[in-house]
Design a protein around this ligand. Structure first.
Ligand code: EPS
Length: 391
């Protein structure tokens, strides 16, 4: 069965849930690891008041017994602690009284799903849109991503991320090796490998969050180490792993561009300075590359080098400094709505990016190596590795 997942849940509703299909039976599930991944997503300097309310904890409802997957669908739930403050606003039941006029969201935020979602779904309280459009949904992607990471680990794949830009501040040297990225895996500030740049980013966030009342975007990079060559395929547009990764990372809230390897700067260079030359090591009987500007992907397939994917985030659409909008009832010009907001979520987006990359790789691994149990999947994997060595 193909690996797939669905999430459900509103930002201030009772809970968020996810279902996962296609995990093999016998995968060891470490709940502390899953909760630690959820913790990582909640860190990062520049988050707003909501993160003080929530301590995300995954409850596994189905599909796991005595610490191992059963091969059946897995259902996971994370409760929204904030729900107790939103009982009436978010109740599933029809209210006895129509909601007060001023509790409704009627001034759409520019850059958010509010207005177009309201028009499309014919909702007159834009809360009906913003509750699901909220990036709170990504909690469940990280929970699912943790399952995917546990699967990938069994096959020697590890994933981490780091922040390379926040607003106008970038790290000096953009080539950060795996060890340095791994060393900041649990950093609770900005997960930036360049400490001097990180300090400047923190000061920039302070300025945006106080005096300016503004929000900031940035760039994160995800690295996956240890992927076998040949995940994905050149044979069909939909099978190309680069396309799948781009979709997975682009689907994260506020991500507006995705770059694979050095894709952006490569476009301005001649081919001789872009393509990674091929070498062969007779000792390990493996092919390699002298550089990795392609980010570990050639022809829509992993080539065995480190996978490098970057996500570019626009600034968050909820800002204290009001932007011009229109009251959807009176059609009068008005400032957009504001409740509370993060100043930036770039470090969190990196963790979410790790999850989306993990999910994409887990799906490709399940497709290539199949099997109903871990034992069967590993046997198929080991045979393939042997075949590649003999090539
Ligand atoms: C979000 C708005 C804020 C963020 C939220 C995403 O929430 P609230 O409206 O409750 O203040 O904190 O992010 C999360 C709750 C989370 O877990 O990441 C939005 O509108 O996208």
């Amino acid at each position: 069965m193909a690996f797939s997942f669905t999430t459900a849940g509103e930002s201030h509703g009772r809970a968020l849930v996810a279902t996962i299909e296609g995990l093999p039976a016998g995968l060891a599930i470490d709940q502390d690891f899953i909760n630690h991944e959820l913790w990582r997503r909640q860190q990062g300097y520049g988050r707003g008041g909501r993160m003080k309310i929530e301590t995300d904890t995954a409850q596994i409802l189905t599909g796991v017994r005595h610490g191992e997957t059963l091969g059946s669908p897995v259902a996971v739930m994370v409760e929204n602690r904030d729900f107790k403050n939103w009982l009436e606003v978010m109740a599933a039941e029809k209210p006895a009284q129509p909601p007060e006029r001023d509790r409704r969201v009627i001034r759409p935020r520019p850059g958010h799903a509010d207005l177009v979602g309201g028009m499309k779904y014919d909702r007159r309280d834009l809360r009906d849109i913003l509750e699901r459009a909220s990036a709170r949904e990504t909690t469940m992607r990280v929970a699912v991503g943790a399952f995917a990471k546990l699967l990938l680990r069994e096959f020697g794949v590890e994933i981490a991320s780091h922040v390379i830009r926040l607003g106008e501040i970038s790290i000096e040297d953009q080539e950060i090796d795996w060890e340095r990225i791994k060393a900041i895996y649990d950093n609770a500030m900005l997960r930036c490998a360049d400490k001097a740049a990180e300090q400047k980013m923190i000061e920039r966030i302070d300025l945006a969050g106080t005096e300016e009342g503004d929000t900031l975007g940035g760039i994160f990079e995800i690295v996956a180490k240890g992927c076998a060559p040949g995940l994905g395929s050149h044979t069909s547009w939909s099978a190309k792993l680069d396309g799948q990764l781009a979709q997975a990372v682009m689907s994260i809230h506020a991500v507006k561009a995705v770059e694979l390897g050095e894709g952006v700067s490569n476009a301005a260079k001649p081919g001789s300075q872009v393509h990674d030359e091929i070498i062969y090591d007779p000792d390990s009987r493996s092919f390699g590359r002298t550089s990795n500007r392609a980010g570990g992907l050639e022809g829509g397939m992993t080539n065995g080098e480190e996978l490098r994917v970057r996500g570019y985030l626009k600034p968050i659409a909820t800002l204290r400094k009001r932007l011009r909008s229109v009251n959807i009832e009176t059609k009068e010009p008005m400032d957009s709505d504001f409740e509370r907001s993060d100043v930036t979520a770039v470090p969190a987006a990196g963790v979410i990016g790790e999850a989306m990359v993990a999910i994409t790789l887990a799906r490709a691994m399940r497709e290539k190596f199949g099997g109903d149990s871990m034992r069967e999947m590993k046997r198929n994997f080991d045979e393939y590795r042997k075949q590649i060595q003999e090539y």
